[in-house]
Design a protein around this ligand. Structure first.
Ligand code: ZN
Length: 137
């Protein structure tokens, strides 16, 4: 369904900050949304109508998702200190393909990891959207 993973080279640091902030405000529930890429860089979060946030696992209604082939994956938060995919995450990833990011407490620039549809760790290069001085990790 989403097969555009080989084109993905990185992610904007501003987006990492944005999903961590969303995760903080949704805590202790999970935050979940889709990701869009632009020129091979993950650039935007797309909130999907019909998404239900829960303390066990969020549920996203795929049928409500906009038909948009720039969508390349998902990001969701864990309300604990592990950003490892759960069994549920792994089966969800494997049904979708693409890139899947999990962030965990304390929701900072080091608390996220990206996985492919098999649950294997992906290296993403960090880009900054016009603000080079923003790149102090
Ligand atoms: Zn999860």
């Amino acid at each position: 369904m989403m097969k555009n993973k080989k084109g993905i080279k990185g992610i904007y640091i501003e987006l990492i900050d944005a999903f961590n902030e969303a995760a903080r405000s949704t805590y202790p529930d999970e935050f979940l949304c889709m990701l869009r890429q632009d020129d091979g860089i993950i650039s935007e979060m797309i909130l999907v109508p019909g998404t239900v946030y829960g303390d066990s696992h969020s549920f996203m209604n795929d049928w409500m998702a906009p038909v948009d082939f720039s969508l390349i994956g998902t990001v969701h938060s864990h309300p604990g200190y592990s950003n490892q995919p759960s069994e549920q995450d792994l089966s969800y990833f494997s049904n979708r393909g693409g890139v899947h990011i999990i962030t965990c407490l304390p929701y900072d620039r080091n608390s996220w990891k990206a996985y492919n549809s098999k649950g294997e760790l992906l290296e993403l290069e960090i880009f900054s959207d016009e603000r080079d001085d923003f790149l102090d990790l």
